[in-house]
Design a protein around this ligand. Sequence first.
Ligand SMILES: *Cc1c(COP(=O)(O)O)cnc(C)c1O
Length: 408
Amino acid sequence: MTTQSEAARAADRAQALPLDARTRVVHAAAMRTPGPGPLSVPIYQTSGFAFDDADTIASAMSGPEGDFVYTRRGNPTVRALESAVADLEGGSAAIASSSGMGAISAVLLSLLRPGDHVLAQKCLYGGTFSTLSDLARRYGIETTYLEGDGPEEIAAARRPNSRLLLLETIANPTTRVCDLPALLAAGRAGGLLGVVDNSLASPVLCRPIEHGADIVVHSTTKYLAGHSDVIGGIAVFADPVLHRTVWARAVELGATPDPFAAWLTIRGLQTLAVRMRQHCENAALLAERLVAHPAVAAVHWPGLDGHPDRAAARRLLDGYGGMLSFDLVGGREAGRRFVGAVRLARLALSIGGVETLVTHPASTSHRELGDRQLKEAGIGAGTVRLAVGIEHGEDLWRDLDRALSALI
Ligand SMILES: *Cc1c(COP(=O)(O)O)cnc(C)c1O
């Protein structure tokens, strides 16, 4: 193959100057080869690779580091994405997937066996929660849910068969930020592997491996790709041995990304740092204005004083993220009306794209929950989630303000 080997990339990285994340997102995926070469990462839109003799194929099939053989096992465009995200997260290697759930499933199904036990933070992404419920029903893999408030909870909930601790850097839509170093250290002391879903922070705002995580997972659909035009996921590993174990199962599971999807993600990744800055700036402006609005009872954003995890957020995050939620004074009906009244912000379920999106969880993603169950999940009947985009903040505020004023 004409692409640079993993070993050569690693050597390059080791010699490179310590570059800022804003620089690394631009260059991390580049395939630097001797002589003139393309600036953009080429799309290797192929299912497989041809060889000269059988022995070379055999040696290429030895593991994730071998030459490319068949795209489900590895592909140069996909590998460029994997190397870039591993670099940004400070991991040793990564496995890209066709969706965030593909990455999460690959990690859970690779590392858990029937009878194992999982500790997980209570406010988890809905898809992850459903997967864990399914693992309990069908494979006897039980999960104990934690508030995520402190390490004592982990020691108390741990069992001899506990295997994995599952956390999220910024939870959705509650915006809780757990104390990753304390929780991951308590997990490690109890022999648990620490897995952190970093989708809402992105490596620009937080790198959980620096705080003791073994595996970081992402829905690259969100901030990493960033343009609401591709579904993808990735798992990044601190330890190459763990990477190899999960890689073998991930290849069998087959949740491999298409090379073009990987390419779109790389293209998005290059502007991640400037986008995150604008997402965070806009969120700060909107959070402050929402706090002062009479139609709003409470605003949840880790950058606000009074947020329950303000101290952890200050320590762990290089910016407080582009997702915020707020509770409307008028409750469920006000939430339903508000999301129908905004004009610039669009009513859609995703997050992390350049455009601002609103949702009303009580009438959409969480519609099956009654008021008490909603409260348990940390969501109010009048809670609105705002995935703040990168538009001009004042334009966004005018849109929200007009929709809010209609409620009073
Ligand atoms: C969206 C999301 C996922 C799932 O990702 P998909 O790409 O939709 O499969 C997982 N975790 C978090 C935190 C998410 O926001």
